[in-house]
Design a protein around this ligand. Structure first.
Ligand SMILES: *[C@@H]1O[C@H](CO)[C@@H](O)[C@H](O)[C@H]1NC(C)=O
Ligand SMILES: *[C@@H]1O[C@H](CO)[C@@H](O)[C@H](O)[C@H]1NC(C)=O
Ligand SMILES: *[C@@H]1O[C@H](CO)[C@@H](O)[C@H](O)[C@H]1NC(C)=O
Ligand SMILES: *[C@@H]1O[C@H](CO)[C@@H](O)[C@H](O)[C@H]1NC(C)=O
Ligand SMILES: *[C@@H]1O[C@H](CO)[C@@H](O)[C@H](O)[C@H]1NC(C)=O
Ligand SMILES: *[C@@H]1O[C@H](CO)[C@@H](O)[C@H](O)[C@H]1NC(C)=O
Length: 205
């Protein structure tokens, strides 16, 4: 969603950022300083085009088909309640109030699944050889991984992102002092999960 965000930002500033859990509801708030609302239009930018969600004008409300069962407009203030959120609802929302006065506002929404418990495993760690500890999240998009050893935070440059769902902690020359309890904390805007694993290095004396 980086490209449409950028394109949208060139046109108007994204003023609000919201995150929500799949299956929940979110109230997207329209412009606050308008006292009399004649018309409201809500649109969703997915990909590169705006799709109209609904239009309201002189008490005439038209809701577009994919949204019929999931949206509710508060006509008094232009706010939109979007229910039963899906990951595909992620994107930029634009509300235009009183078309002729061109009052519009952009809101970015990120709909996320909670991250599942990370799985942790190591490549068989042998003394004086390089090795890795891997952390994988099966469900939910993890934005951040942090690592701890024996409860102490490890610097971010000790690990790297192998893919969207896997973080790798690199051990250059495994040694006795690398033995211990490793924890991986995977998180996104709505959730985090941490898993620990005891690790031993073979063949060190
Ligand atoms: C409402 O606020 C916006 C942004 O602060 C401003 O551009 C607009 O002129 C205001 N509209 C009214 C009717 O005061
Ligand atoms: C945009 O939304 C339409 C309908 O809401 C959907 O069919 C389409 O797959 C979406 N496109 C992207 C790129 O998400
Ligand atoms: C309500 O809006 C729809 C779509 O914009 C339009 O086709 C219809 O004629 C309108 N109805 C009234 C009563 O204004
Ligand atoms: C808009 O109106 C609805 C229903 O009256 C209310 O629940 C909501 O809090 C209002 N939002 C704002 C921003 O005033
Ligand atoms: C895991 O990371 C999240 C997000 O940074 C943080 O809020 C949470 O406290 C961390 N959990 C632990 C046990 O450190
Ligand atoms: C790791 O080892 C310690 C001490 O032997 C033990 O208390 C702890 O439960 C172990 N943790 C795991 C995740 O196996």
């Amino acid at each position: 969603m980086l490209v449409p965000l950028k394109q949208a930002a060139e046109v108007e500033t994204v003023l609000q950022r919201r995150v929500a859990v799949v299956g929940s509801s979110v109230l997207l708030v329209g412009p606050l300083n308008i006292t009399h609302i004649h018309s409201v239009q809500w649109e969703h930018l997915n990909g590169t085009t705006f799709h109209t969600i609904l239009e309201y004008e002189r008490h005439n409300l038209t809701v577009h088909v994919p949204y019929i069962a999931r949206v509710h407009l508060h006509a008094s203030n232009g706010s939109l309640l979007l229910e039963d959120l899906r990951e595909s609802d992620t994107g930029i929302y634009r509300v235009t109030v009183n078309r002729e006065e061109r009052e519009s506002l952009m809101i970015s929404l990120d709909v996320l699944k909670p991250v599942s418990h990370p799985q942790l495993w190591s490549s068989g760690l042998v003394a004086k050889a390089s090795g890795e500890v891997l952390c994988e999240v099966a469900e939910g998009r993890a934005d951040t991984f942090t690592w701890k050893k024996d409860g102490q935070m490890l610097p971010p440059d000790r690990s790297y992102r192998l893919s969207g769902s896997i973080s790798v902690l690199y051990l250059r020359m495994a040694k006795k002092s690398d033995c211990g309890s490793y924890s991986c904390n995977a998180s996104n805007g709505i959730s985090w999960q941490e898993t620990s694993l005891n690790i031993t290095v073979a063949g060190d004396h």
